[in-house]
Design a protein around this ligand. Structure first.
Ligand SMILES: [Fe+2]
Length: 341
């Protein structure tokens, strides 16, 4: 579990943790560098991280963690419709009527499904008028995934307008990341015949949920004047990067989400283990890393090595990794268009 205010992480320890993780320089081995170059994966420049930035980020870790522990989401706060949809996504015997019955209860979800079915990405023939038509066009599994994405949206914002306005773009990009990584992981799992594609989808969708919930505490503390008013984006990146795995696993436990999601969340920054049997966690690690690299500077210098190692574990050759990066860009565009994010 995370440290609480009664058991604060000493500043020196936090500083050491941050330094060890973010100032370690590139970990990319020669073999992996050559692999990424052959796949035409562009490696972004590292962020301009210096000692004062690290010091300010270090000072934020304990207050943010402490605030979060005192303001944990309600165990019932995970969107109920998303939970029920997740069960359907994970059920190989799901029936069309079950899915339509559930989706039709939520107008926002229904409207997005119809918009997707009639979008340029899927539209074939005449306009789809109802959910049954959308299922025929998109397929049962795709409809269930899109519905899960929409139903989860409340996890990527806060109800308070002023706090949302403070980090609106950041919440939007976290939601975009969740959806893109979810769809990309589902796709790659099928392509590589690795693990269960629905579990990979959900793993990609929720692997960074800790960042979104921790951001609520950053916003609340900033509102209360308890964080520097001139706080830098990079400092927030560092804090969220440092605490998001532990928080994500704790939240998943609080919400009683399936244990395989906790495993994926817990290990999505691990190094790929050569020779191990690849599974959904390896798929999500690769997809999350590709997404990070496509965004620009990565605060975690281990991402390129992690992407190359995961690709090799999944027995991908450079052209296949290049195709996965292209798919990530394509899905990112689709997500922006279909989910207005
Ligand atoms: Fe992460």
């Amino acid at each position: 579990m995370m440290s609480t205010s009664a058991d604060p992480t000493p500043a020196t320890e936090a500083r050491e943790l941050l330094s060890r993780r973010f100032l370690r320089g590139s970990l990319l081995g020669e073999r992996e560098a050559a692999f990424l170059a052959a796949a035409e994966i562009q490696l972004p420049e590292p962020p301009p991280l210096d000692a004062p930035t690290l010091e300010r980020a270090t000072a934020m870790v304990e207050p943010v963690t402490s605030h979060l522990m005192k303001n944990l989401p309600d165990p019932e706060s995970f969107p109920g419709s998303a939970l029920r949809l997740m069960e359907l996504v994970d059920n190989p015997d799901v029936q069309v009527n079950q899915l339509i019955g559930l989706v039709s209860q939520d107008p926002a979800v229904s409207a997005t499904i119809l918009r997707c079915a009639n979008s340029a990405f899927y539209a074939r023939g005449g306009a789809v008028q109802n959910l049954a038509g959308a299922v025929r066009r998109l397929g049962l599994r795709e409809v269930a995934r899109i519905a899960t994405g929409v139903a989860s949206r409340s996890l990527y914002d806060v109800g308070v307008r002023v706090e949302f306005a403070m980090f609106g773009a950041r919440w939007g990009s976290l939601f975009h990341e969740a959806l893109t990584c979810g769809f990309l992981s589902g796709w790659l799992s099928t392509e590589r015949r690795t693990g269960d594609s629905s579990r990979a989808f959900l793993g990609g969708m929720f692997h960074h949920i800790g960042k979104s919930i921790a951001l609520r505490s950053v916003a609340a503390l900033k509102m209360d004047g308890k964080l520097p008013p001139d706080i830098l984006d990079l400092e927030i990146d560092l804090v969220l990067e440092q605490i998001h795995i532990e928080i994500g696993v704790d939240l998943m436990s609080l919400w009683s989400l399936p244990s395989y999601l906790m495993t994926i969340c817990e290990h999505h920054h691990d190094d790929a283990v050569d020779g191990s049997k690849p599974n959904e966690a390896d798929v999500v690690r690769l997809c999350a890393g590709l997404y990070e690299l496509s965004k620009g500077p990565c605060v975690d210098p281990g991402i390129p090595q992690s992407v190359a190692g995961s690709a090799r574990l999944l027995r991908m050759e450079p052209p296949q990794l290049k195709a996965a990066a292209a798919k990530a860009a394509e899905l990112g565009g689709q997500v922006s268009s279909m989910f207005s994010v």
